[in-house]
Design a protein around this ligand. Structure first.
Ligand code: HEC
Ligand code: HEC
Length: 352
């Protein structure tokens, strides 16, 4: 994240120098960190990481759904649901702040404390169970070997810090820039159909303004948070009390309903959508933008998001004839990097 592309370039340069030089510069036997990535990958997919052996990171971040989970909100190891929809982890390393609405969470290491230690609900449930979980992992010959390789020379490598470091190494290489859209940008004019190109123009147009908020490349700019008019419960632009986004941290009324702009990479695989998974399909999502906000006509959350006082002015509604809607969908589907998502090296190692 913070290191971003510069670190990648440096890594690439090092890799290009050949083994001798790389060793000289880095001083370890595993400069590219492959042993840590391997260990992190096992841990990411291992339900031994939860207090009751039911959940792993991959329960809520599954490669089949581009490392999201297909649920409106995910359920934790104690069976209760968390309040938010699990975001994709692909290219998350380039986000300047992590999670839907907390600008202070800036690294994978820091973020990982939440799934490990959150209590209401318990996601992995480490609180009160940490020694037992570490023991369970450390007693397996498989892990003893993996930890020794990943952290050579450490007398007791099976510890929380190393677990977090290894999973971070795995997350950092979930990087994909080879969707048809990327290939098109690199000059392969065949990579996008004429329809998808038209969709890209709509995406970038002043009228739809999608690209004003959703950057498809990493920009290095601070994370941005907007209210997109999904709810409107009172004259202050309230969202349902259980989750008002940035406001819950800042307590500034103008932040009610503001959430981080999510990545649209692989977006067709990550339904349902938005911070609480309340938008079931991409069609519904486009209809909300087309209308300029969501109207909920009955129930406790009824109200017209179009009129939310905190709504960003770019969400104003637009005409979207059927052919344009299809074109936009064709473009959004060109953001799926299916080659990356089929790579063996990111899959569950216990199944291989
Ligand atoms: C019970 C489901 C669940 C489990 C288990 C879980 N996560 Fe998550 N993850 C989520 C949800 C929900 C969010 C969004 C949290 C928020 O915005 O407050 C999230 C957010 C994240 C983010 C931030 C992504 C972004 O784009 O901002 C990262 C990184 C992440 N999780 C990694 C992990 C790792 C690593 C593990 C295992 C140690 C893990 N998660 C376990 C559900 C889960
Ligand atoms: C003012 C900034 C802004 C504009 C303009 C905008 N979006 Fe969004 N978009 C967001 C934010 C913020 C969210 C998350 C809202 C939430 O969860 O409450 C979001 C959510 C989404 C999601 C759901 C993604 C997910 O993983 O949950 C999709 C799909 C999407 N936008 C597509 C579009 C398209 C297509 C356009 C153009 C028609 C567009 N957006 C215009 C800011 C914007």
């Amino acid at each position: 994240m913070k290191k971003g592309i510069v670190a990648d370039v440096v890594l690439l340069l090092f890799a290009g120098m050949g083994p001798g030089l790389t060793l000289l510069f880095s001083g370890t036997a595993d400069p590219a960190g492959t042993d840590r990535i391997t260990l992190g990958r096992y841990l990411f997919y291992d339900t031994r990481m939860s207090y009751n052996l039911t959940k792993s990171c991959s329960s809520c971040h599954d490669p089949q759904f581009a490392f999201s989970d297909g649920y409106r909100t995910s359920s934790g190891a104690d069976g209760y649901n968390v309040k938010r929809n699990a975001p994709s982890l692909i290219n998350a390393r380039y986000e300047q702040a992590l999670t839907w609405a907390d600008s202070s969470i800036r690294s994978f290491e820091q973020q990982m404390n939440f799934p490990l230690y959150n209590e209401h609900p318990r996601e992995l449930g480490w609180k009160g169970h940490e020694p037992e979980i570490l023991h369970r992992i450390g007693e397996l010959p498989l892990y003893r070997q993996l930890f020794q390789k990943a952290f050579p020379g450490e007398p007791a490598p099976v510890n929380r810090g190393n677990i977090i470091r290894a999973i971070t190494a795995f997350e950092e290489q979930l990087v994909s820039f080879d969707a048809p859209y990327d290939r098109y940008l690199r000059g392969n004019r065949q990579a996008l159909s004429a329809e998808a190109v038209r969709g890209m123009e709509l995406f970038n147009s002043a009228e739809l303004a999608c690209s004003s908020c959703h950057a498809l490349q990493s920009t290095g700019k601070p994370a941005a948070y907007y209210n997109t008019g999904l709810y409107n419960l009172d004259e202050e632009g309230a969202y349902p009390e259980e989750d008002q986004g940035l406001y819950d941290i800042t307590k500034n009324k103008a932040d009610k309903g503001k959430f981080r702009v999510p990545s649209l990479r692989n977006v067709l695989l990550t339904a349902p959508y938005t911070h609480n998974g309340s938008v079931a399909s991409i069609h519904e999502m486009l209809s909300i933008y087309q209308r300029g906000g969501r109207r909920i006509s009955s129930g406790e959350w009824s109200g017209d998001g179009y009129a939310n006082v905190n709504k960003n002015p770019l969400i104003k509604g637009f005409r979207l004839p059927e052919a344009d809607r299809q074109a936009l969908l064709a473009f959004l589907s060109a953001l799926t990097d299916s080659g990356f998502l089929k790579k063996n090296s990111i899959m569950n190692p216990f199944n291989q």
